[in-house]
Design a protein around this ligand. Sequence first.
Ligand SMILES: [Mg+2]
Length: 355
Amino acid sequence: MKITDISFRKAEFQFDKPFEIAFAVLYGFETMILRMDTDEGIVGYGEAGPLEYVTGDNLDTCMVIAGEFRKKLIGMDPLAIETIHEVMDGMFHGHTSVKAAIDIACHDIAAKKMNVPLYKYLGGSDPLLESDVTIGINTPDLMAEDCLSWKEKGFRILKIKLGHDIASDLERMKAIRSAVGEDIILRVDANQGWSVKDTLQIEPELRKLGIELIEQPVKALDYDGLKEIKQASLLPIAADESCHLPEDAAKLGAMRACDGLNIKLMKCGGIAPASRINAIGEANHLFCMIGCMGESVIANTAAMHLAAARRNISKIDLDITFFSHCDWITGGFTSQGGSITLSDAPGIGIEVQGF
Ligand SMILES: [Mg+2]
């Protein structure tokens, strides 16, 4: 099989209702969607959802780099995914979001060629997943109200954004726990907002509230700090911004600096490198979580297929499509509350109208 064309464009998505986080109200997001055509008539879709301060790339750089990749990849076999990564990595360091867009499209094509859904192509058998939903930072009362409304929609796992001063963060968690009761799983993500001391001070309090895990308490590059926390903490510690690439996972594993890794296709460059992170995590006895950026159902569903296919990816944080519905990109999965059933259509199972 040969790639005959790669086309890509920016796409805008609106949140169903304005999404409030501390100091900002977000109305939507933009991504780059990508279509890969082949000489066998099989079409693959991919998507880049960059976030400058995490992935180091943005939509404009994605459009430029995708154009460079297009020139090199036309004529190559889309099933030769390892070779395609070798070519892309040889051309540009970084630019992981656009590499993810190409990688997702290749995987979509490969699974369509086999006439199986992507999770089966990747070796999985079970199309069911359960995702959490993320609660943005706000006052304790408003966050508790928000949590309750998601519980009422059938969600059983909530991921709470924290990372302000620990006294107010603890107030938030107390308000949330008392609002949702004991039967809801609560995980917290400090997004690098705490120090080692902060984390070790709040950890026993969070434990009393029955919190499941703490994600990325300290700065991304503070591996020693993360290790200090992991060794002193009874709650599991997950690395997100500290873990972009397989090499980061290897370092975190060797240092015994955390208990789990949060994989994102946009941070690592797609399903192939994400699978390597998971394998490294598994060999180092680290659980893996899988998360998302601002992305539509294309990249989000690709991540779900990977999660469904890998036994070590045990925590699912793929919630972006619960906030943003889109009528021209359809399929992929159905959901009820946080329970997701992947479609059995070949590939990622996505239909894109007009592209
Ligand atoms: Mg995170």
